[in-house]
Design a binder for this molecule. Structure first.
Ligand SMILES: Cc1cc2nc3c(=O)[nH]c(=O)nc-3n(C[C@H](O)[C@H](O)[C@H](O)COP(=O)(O)OP(=O)(O)OC[C@H]3O[C@@H](n4cnc5c(N)ncnc54)[C@H](O)[C@@H]3O)c2cc1C
Length: 408
């Protein structure tokens, strides 16, 4: 009898796993179970085009019409899996239905952290993770409205940029002394701060929202130091928590994310995990890492599908992330906080520019401001841990492609 691969979580990583299993030759059933009502879609547009231009939240759907049938993938949406039994190879869904599996892939993603303070449930206070969240938020961002972003991370700043394009008055309150927290040290993030200030965003650093206030809906916030600020709409963007509860309850090893090896295998036989819900081994990094990134949700499914289909290949890649704010495209390579020695090529916000982080003569990471065309050679230089000269990196006349070619 043919075997069944079940995927829990029909987001980007879940959908890609289903596609990759077929591509790698999985002959059995593929069952893709997801709690959201929609078929899998990519989330990056939600904070960008969807808010700024009113684009369809499902514009980046993973499956073309007819593709699920073509690939023989059985998708069930609006279905939450509530329990996992590893020994019995069985899932229990909401409503009590049981589903048996021969191979299981967990792709349960992450959930946004809520602010545990008075008024956090008031109408007008939003989170942004899903198409439903974006549909609720988009109509609130009207001209002249007072929007407050709690958290100056990537999501908060992308929403700030989109809301400015809609004519909102925008304030960002960030608890840390600089924007983007740990992902981007102050030497690089100050340029983002400058960009937002130039675009009319009011930024309050080292500030903490202590309460949301309002009678029937949000009217303002109170900061921990007693400052009161007007706000008609707020978006809480203070990071996400890995959705690893199902795995933890089933006894799988977890540590702020489901622990996986370089082949996406969990501690339980026959169970793999991919995407935001994992803390996965990346051979290039030489350690486990929890990433919330589009690329990880693309790559990890390929690794899991190959392992399931008997063609194991380890996950080994220089992490890459991008963000779009106003016209700026910022790309980050290498998972570094840019707190060490930095070399700049070009001036950010005045044209293409790159910040390189160098450690002991090796290129550890790069932040590319409108310089995406250099991503490929830079990735190669970082990946191969090539020794580079700071003056070559700083000199725009030196081709990064040539440096990468010379190192190949
Ligand atoms: C607004 C926004 C903008 C972003 N922009 C960027 C960007 O510019 N660049 C970038 O690199 N990354 C970006 N990201 C991150 C990227 O979208 C995520 O890393 C990616 O979506 C992770 O995919 P995933 O499948 O692991 O998780 P998700 O997409 O969260 O999917 C998980 C799915 O599992 C379902 N689920 C969870 N538990 C269960 C259960 N028990 N039973 C059934 N279903 C369940 C959830 O409902 C969800 O549908 C952005 C994310 C957001 C929210």
């Amino acid at each position: 009898m043919s075997e069944t691969a079940v995927i829990v979580g029909a987001g980007q990583a879940g959908g890609r796993t289903a596609q990759a299993l077929r591509r790698q030759g999985w002959q059995g059933r593929i069952l893709l179970l997801g709690a959201e009502p929609e078929a899998p879609y990519e989330r990056p547009p939600l904070s960008k085009e969807v808010l700024a231009e009113g684009a369809d939240p499902l514009k980046a759907a993973l499956f073309k019409p007819g593709q699920l049938e073509e690939l023989g993938i059985e998708l069930e949406t609006g279905l939450t899996v509530e329990a996992l039994e590893v020994g019995a190879r069985r899932l229990t869904c909401a409503g009590g239905r049981h589903v048996k599996w021969d191979r299981l892939v967990l792709a349960t993603g992450a959930r946004p952290r809520r602010l545990a303070c008075p008024g956090a449930e008031l109408p007008g206070v939003h989170l942004l993770r899903s198409a439903a969240d974006a549909r609720a938020l988009a109509p609130e961002l009207t001209e002249g409205r007072e929007l407050l972003l709690v958290g100056g991370g990537f999501i908060g700043l992308e929403v700030a940029a989109s809301a400015r394009r809609r004519g909102c008055r925008v304030t960002v309150v960030e608890a840390a002394p600089h924007l983007i927290g740990r992902a981007l040290g102050p030497k690089v993030s100050r340029h983002l701060r400058q960009l937002h200030i130039e675009r009319g965003v009011h930024i309050r650093l080292s500030g903490q929202v202590a309460a949301f206030e309002g009678r029937d809906r949000l009217e303002g916030v109170v900061l921990a130091d007693g400052t009161r600020m007007a706000a008609e709409v707020a978006v809480v963007g203070i990071g996400c928590t890995a959705e690893d509860g199902l795995a933890r309850a089933a006894g799988l090893d977890c540590d702020d994310g489901i622990l996986t090896d370089a082949f996406a295998a969990t501690s339980a036989p026959g169970v793999w995990a991919v995407g935001d819900c994992t803390r996965h081994e990346n051979v290039w990094l030489g350690r486990r890492v929890r990433l919330e990134s589009w690329e990880n949700a693309e790559l990890a499914p390929q690794i899991a599908a190959k392992a399931i289909c008997g063609k194991p290949e380890p996950y080994s890649v220089v992490p890459w992330f991008w963000t779009d704010q106003y016209e700026l495209n910022l790309q980050l390579l290498g998972l570094t906080a840019f707190e060490g020695e930095l070399v700049w090529r070009g001036t950010p916000l005045a044209g293409p520019a790159i910040a390189f982080e160098i450690e002991h003569g090796l290129l550890r990471g790069a932040a590319l401001f409108d310089a995406g065309r250099e991503r490929r050679p830079l990735r190669q230089l970082i990946e191969q841990r090539v020794r580079v000269r700071a003056d070559s990196l700083a000199d725009p006349a030196v081709s990064l492609r040539d440096l990468a070619k010379a190192s190949a």
